[in-house]
Design a protein around this ligand. Sequence first.
Ligand SMILES: [Zn+2]
Length: 275
Amino acid sequence: MTGEAVTGTNAKEPPCVAVYGTDGGGPFVLVSDHAGRAVPSYLGDLGVSAAERARHIGWDIGIDGVGRALAQKLQAVLIEQVYSRLVIDCNRAPGHPTSIVKISDGTSVPANQDLTMEQRAYRENTILHPYHARITQELDARLKAGRPTVVVALHSFTPEFGGVKRPWQVGLLHNHDKRLAILLMDLLRKEGLTVGDNEPYALTDTSDYTIPTHGEKRCLPHVEIEIRQDLIAHVAGQEEWATRLARLLPEAWACFCQIYGTITDEQADAEGAIA
Ligand SMILES: [Zn+2]
């Protein structure tokens, strides 16, 4: 792991971006918006107990272990957000109503009440923007080198919400370009898994930020993967899911290339646009 220093972050605070894995020449770039649960020291504990911050409202339980193991197995780079989504949600556009939540799943976040524009901007400038800039940097370098590039966003979801049990072990989210999601969905279903198609959430232009920004707007093949938290709460489950995805993602990509070509026209255009 390399914690990368980021301009604008207070020198006493940990950098907001952690990069895992190595680039072994494959197509995948892994990103994990909710992997971390750190809180900058100037915000104390946000006024939220440690037990509450350890719940799903603070981070995507288990996805750190899955992502890091997957990065290793795929020999891919994983870019993780280090800070808790309760500080600022890095899968929301700046200024979005749920970017900095006042209340999350019944838990009030005292440090997020009545923020000034300056306080919001500070969190955006020290956490949200540097994280996305690091992803942009990774993608720019790859496209400049003419490399096929696939953005994979990793998340986890609660087994139950609002008293309703969620039946899916894994969900694939997509919006404007569902090509890779559909191929991976087929492969996961062949494993006998119950796979959510835009479940438990649908990917939309406004509810998400990472895939719309780095996948859709750049015309890069992409998929957002949500894994149920009870399956990856422990190392054995994390390893199992990393192993499964390390096998199926390249398989889905091989199918994609067969059908659509290695570099799509749009990707070639995007490459030209940034050259
Ligand atoms: Zn998430």
